[in-house]
Design a protein around this ligand. Structure first.
Ligand code: NAD
Length: 257
């Protein structure tokens, strides 16, 4: 399968899952737009190098996904958006009664509202092109909950609901919208949680990984960014044309528990 001639915009893609998904889409032939809120030479170089590696166009567009207008500007600047991957996300862990309001607002804005803005801006382009794939990177936390992650779990459940509505509104068109629900993937987002967990549980790094993080992941292994990318490529394939409005768990069995 080739995605040659298609352009994929992946939000929050200068690291982690977003970058992994962008890589697999580039490998499949799509031109790539990487994004984050920074505007460093290394961000632009990352996109150029990715494009060069796979013989596709690689661009980087700075846009802060916590701001609706910048989400829409990202799509406008990209110009062509055949594949939209709403991936940007942050995490904060605290009990509800101590959860900082600004963290709640930021998580809802970046992990949920950004997808509304980018989708709203991209749908007219997809309709004009006569083809579109919208892939929302939700989480096992879009289907189940954990204590102390109120904003994250609310945003991820929200994005699963938004995925269904987008799918229904485009059901009679050659556009699909689905959510990938990863379990734990060892990215900077997860890495950043390890020191706190070590302190909270008085455990070593290895103990935190096995006994806390992978406790609910029956495979006892992290999922990988390549697996997320491969799932995204599948959702762009002809075989997935009738898959819409659903979630695909890539979580080592977490949500089967
Ligand atoms: P990460 O921290 O490696 O990547 C997050 C990306 O989002 C980075 O590129 C960062 O620059 C970008 N970003 C953050 N704030 C932004 C903003 N305001 N504007 C634009 N970009 C912004 O994390 P990750 O683990 O790769 O997470 C990616 C997505 O996958 C998130 O939505 C996350 O919730 C989801 N997810 C991750 C895991 C996991 O275990 N890593 C599990 C389930 C779901």
């Amino acid at each position: 399968m080739s995605l040659a001639g298609k352009t994929a915009v992946v939000t929050g893609s200068n690291s982690g899952i977003g970058l992994g998904v962008a890589r697999e889409l580039a490998k499949a032939g799509a031109d790539i737009v990487l994004n984050s809120f920074t505007d460093r030479d290394e961000d632009h170089k990352l996109a150029a190098d990715l494009g060069a590696e796979f013989g596709v166009k690689g661009r980087y567009i700075k846009a802060d996904m916590s701001k609706g207008a910048e989400c829409r500007a990202l799509v406008e600047q990209a110009g062509q958006v055949d594949i939209l991957v709403n991936n940007a996300g942050i995490q904060h862990v605290a009990p509800i009664d101590q959860f900082p309001v600004e963290k709640w607002d930021a998580i809802i804005a970046i992990n949920l509202s950004s997808a509304f803005h980018t989708t709203a801006a991209a749908l007219p382009l997809m309709r004009k092109a006569g083809w579109g794939r919208i892939i929302n990177i939700a989480s096992a936390h879009g289907l189940t909950a954990s204590p102390f992650k109120s904003a994250y779990v609310a945003a991820k459940h929200g994005i699963v609901g938004f995925t269904k509505v987008t799918a229904l509104e485009t059901a009679e068109e050659p556009i699909t919208c689905n959510a990938i629900c990863p379990g734990y993937v060892l990215t900077p987002l997860v890495e950043a949680q390890i020191p706190d967990q070590m302190k909270t549980h008085n455990m070593s790094r290895e103990e935190v990984i096995k006994k806390v993080m992978l406790d609910r992941q029956p495979s006892k292994e992290f999922a990988t960014v390549e697996e997320m990318g491969g799932t995204a490529v599948f959702l762009c394939s002809a075989a997935a044309a009738q898959i819409t409005g659903t979630t695909i768990s890539v979580d080592g069995g977490w949500t089967a528990l």
